[in-house]
Design a protein around this ligand. Structure first.
Ligand code: ZN
Ligand code: ZN
Length: 361
């Protein structure tokens, strides 16, 4: 275990003091969500759990992972041989928090039957820790973002007009795999009128000239995700209609204004409203129907959220997206998304370096 990950279990143990009923202490915390288990221990199998108490760091898995579990240092390891839930339950004493945002009601009931410990719903503790990235995590996300930028460069050289969205999607995904990465989510390639749908799935439509094409993609590399959107234009400058040009320019300004509002201490809703207001003033308020951004790390969408109803206060060291868009139903759409590290006074580092001037490819 790297010193950084040892520190994660410490930080979780520190949180127990105030995570119980009415802000009281918990005697332990049971982590069963696998991404959270991975964050704490580095374990990437399909069955594992962690119990953290002020004194103990216990990792449990089953016989299939007995070999892999030996690589986890800093944790007592127990290989559960019989019933999994009973194996967990016998270690629980006192008031133990569990991840009620991930555990099914049925599993929680079964756990309660198997133990005398008092199980308390206390989800979100590890997610809260995961929000702030350490230097090693930021380097991994930066490497994933750099690979994505390289792919955008190749895509621009390759051209888009005359290919189908599905063919472009397959080519992007194939390239990622050749590099030893995988897509952090299925890429979006949305051309012409399909660009009006923020989550369009790439289809058989052949990309024409004089259209906008929104490409939203990222890779997962060494466990960490990247996320970036660029909107390209096809054909020559004179072939693009003025509406497409205008919404591109407004979206770019909204992206830049959002980036300028990112800083530790700002609320997710505050940053969102800076971008949103700019789009509204340009007359497209109705055409930006999603939140401005989200955290990125081991998962493509994690805390914090940047959006109209977000109460998350940004913290230095978080990695978040800023991704305003304008979507004109039946016609066209634009989204521009950067991935940035939150700093005390502003964006500490923009991990997305592919240019944002509209490029004609
Ligand atoms: Zn994205
Ligand atoms: Zn995103």
């Amino acid at each position: 275990m790297s010193p950084a990950s040892a520190n994660r279990a410490e930080r979780l143990a520190d949180r127990l003091a105030g995570a119980g009923e009415d802000g009281g202490p918990l005697d332990g915390y049971l982590v069963t969500e696998l991404t959270n288990v991975e964050y704490l221990t580095g374990f990437t199998g399909t069955n594992g759990a962690c119990l953290v108490t002020p004194e103990r760091r216990l990792f449990l898995t089953d016989f299939r992972y007995a070999e892999r579990a030996k690589e986890i240092d800093g944790w007592e390891v127990e290989i559960v041989s019989g019933q999994w839930l009973e194996g967990l339950a016998k270690h629980l004493t006192g008031q133990v928090g569990f991840e009620d945002d991930h555990v099914t009601v049925r599993t929680a009931d079964q756990l309660r039957e198997a133990t005398d410990a008092k199980l308390l719903a206390a989800g979100g503790q590890v997610e809260r820790l995961r929000r702030v990235k350490d230097a090693e995590e930021i380097e991994r996300i930066a490497a994933a973002a750099e690979m994505t930028d390289r792919l955008y460069g190749l895509l621009g050289e390759h051209g888009l007009a005359g290919r189908t969205e599905a063919a472009v999607d397959a080519w992007l995904t194939g390239w990622m795999r050749e590099q030893g990465a995988e897509p952090s989510f299925p890429p979006i390639v949305a051309s012409g009128p399909n660009g009006a749908s923020p989550h369009a799935e790439p289809g058989p439509r052949e990309i024409g000239r004089g259209e906008l094409v929104t490409v939203d993609m990222g890779v997962k590399l060494d466990g960490y995700c990247s996320d970036c959107t660029r909107t390209f234009a096809t054909g020559s400058e004179s072939e693009l209609d003025s509406l497409s040009r205008e919404i591109y320019d407004v979206t770019l300004r909204a992206n830049e204004a959002g980036l300028a509002a990112v800083r530790a201490g700002a609320d997710g809703s505050e940053v969102d409203s800076v971008s949103r207001e700019l789009i509204r003033e340009a007359g497209y308020g109705e055409n930006f129907g999603h939140g401005l951004g989200h955290g990125v790390g081991l998962e493509i969408h994690e805390a914090p959220r940047l959006g109209p109803s977000s109460e998350d206060e940004l913290i230095a060291g978080e990695v978040v997206t800023v991704e305003p868009g304008i979507y004109i139903p039946g016609e066209t759409g634009v989204r521009i998304e950067d991935l940035v590290v939150v700093g005390e006074r502003g964006v500490e580092r923009n991990l997305s370096s592919f240019p944002k001037e509209l490029s004609f490819v």
